[in-house]
Design a protein. Structure first.
Length: 423
């Protein structure tokens, strides 16, 4: 690659990245963040894979706002640290998470003549990030590089990208615990909520309101106690008074019944699921209301530890997790019923004197008894094992008394048994 192919920074270039990356868990310094954004802005997003890129060191240093005298040294230090920086992303199917480095390789190349102005940076992003930058068709953030690197506070850029990504919704609600994880905040902020409020949220929002095209307001909320547990942001474009369309292919807005309208608002609830109206309407058109209700309850019941509650709810509905849970519970109670039946049969055997002393089989029966809540005094019907045992007893006149003892528990005579099970 020749020197003429070494690029200058274009501050008007567009940065594109997936929604998942916008809300991924990572921590970068202000300088590291600006360098990464400049790398991203130079990508050819029509390609399938990352290629090696080159940027003039002076152009990159100036774009990041590094000191004019020590900028080259500062840039090199930042590049070295970037090699070890990582990001944690949630899998799209909700099955877990995966980690990736930001850059796969990064070189600082000095000019052969020693002219610092001719030095350049050669880099390639980690290939695991390809789906989050290349050939994006939907669910991605698009923002001008100039607006992203204009901030000076470490968390302003992160919040700005989150708000910009959700501008059509206009709201975002986070517990403090979610923010600790999302921004990978130092432990000091986790121990002192006042620092989180004053040094992270307040400063970032003030800078966004001052320097960006977005206006942000926020309010802290409680969860039944005296202390605040989270923050809710509301935001809108400064030059827009009315909401813009939800998507290029919105769901057709049919008239909804009162029940469906109520379900629509439950799914869209910004304080819980924060799902767009477009997506909510499509789910109502696709699934029965009873099924949606069951899965909303299921998703809320098992919400703990889920980073994206909206994504979690969508997964539960698409997989009908509520029905699967009902099937598991039905099988569980069927097994309990079978255990009760086996315990009752074993009790009959013990009553008939078939266990002279407690052996392994009888001990298993006692453990089964201990595991059951309550056993009916009189079983409703004879189990298969008892039927086989009675038939065996009736084959020998000497065992007739044992058969009578077993059948007595079921309030049945030998003649009645023969008529029902042996004729």
């Amino acid at each position: 690659m020749s020197n003429k192919e070494v690029r200058q920074v274009d501050e008007y270039a567009i940065v594109r990245q997936s929604n998942e990356l916008v809300e991924a868990n990572y921590r970068l310094s202000m300088a590291e963040q600006k360098v990464i954004l400049n790398f991203i802005a130079q990508l050819d997003t029509t390609q399938k894979n990352f290629t090696v890129g080159r940027i003039k060191a002076k152009s990159l240093s100036d774009a990041c706002g590094f000191n004019a005298k020590s900028g080259y040294r500062q840039l090199q230090e930042v590049l070295k640290k970037l090699l070890s920086r990582s990001v944690i992303l949630q899998r799209r199917d909700g099955s877990g998470w995966y980690g990736s480095h930001w850059v796969q390789s990064c070189d600082y190349v000095k000019a052969s003549n020693g002219d610092s102005d001719c030095a350049y940076v050669e880099y390639q992003l980690d290939e695991r990030l390809c789906p989050h930058f290349l050939q994006l068709r939907e669910r991605f953030l698009k923002a001008e590089l100039k607006s992203l690197i204009a901030f000076t506070h470490i968390y302003s850029t992160r919040f700005y990208m989150i708000f910009k990504n959700r501008i059509k919704i206009g709201k975002a609600r986070y517990s403090f615990q979610d923010l600790y994880q999302l921004l990978d905040l130092p432990k000091a902020y986790q121990k002192k909520t006042s620092d989180l409020k004053s040094r992270v949220i307040k400063i970032a929002v003030n800078e966004i309101n001052e320097k960006s095209d977005i206006m942000v307001e926020y309010a802290y909320y409680k969860d039944g106690g005296r202390a605040h547990v989270g923050v809710e942001f509301t935001f809108y474009l400064k030059n827009k008074k009315r909401p813009i369309p939800l998507s290029k292919h919105p769901a057709r807005k049919k008239e909804l019944t009162d029940e469906a309208e109520e379900m629509l608002h439950r799914i869209m609830d910004p304080a819980r699921w924060n799902i767009t109206e477009d997506v909510a309407r499509k789910m109502i058109q696709k699934h029965p209301l009873a099924m949606l209700d069951a899965n909303i309850r299921y998703a809320y019941k098992y919400r703990k530890g889920k980073h994206s509650l909206g994504g979690w709810l969508i997964k539960c509905i698409e997989n009908d997790e509520a029905s699967k849970e009902q099937a598991r519970l039905a099988e569980k109670w069927a097994e309990v019923k079978r255990q009760k039946e086996r315990a009752a049969e074993a009790a009959d055997l013990r009553q008939a004197g078939l266990f002279a002393e407690k052996g392994a089989a009888e001990k298993r029966v006692e453990r089964t008894y201990a595991a059951l809540d309550v056993m009916d005094d009189v079983p409703s019907e004879i189990g298969e094992y008892t039927i086989l045992l009675v038939k065996r007893f009736l084959q020998s006149p000497a065992s007739r008394a044992s058969a009578e003892a077993l059948l007595k528990r079921y309030q049945m005579t030998i003649d009645e048994f023969k008529q029902k099970y042996m004729d």
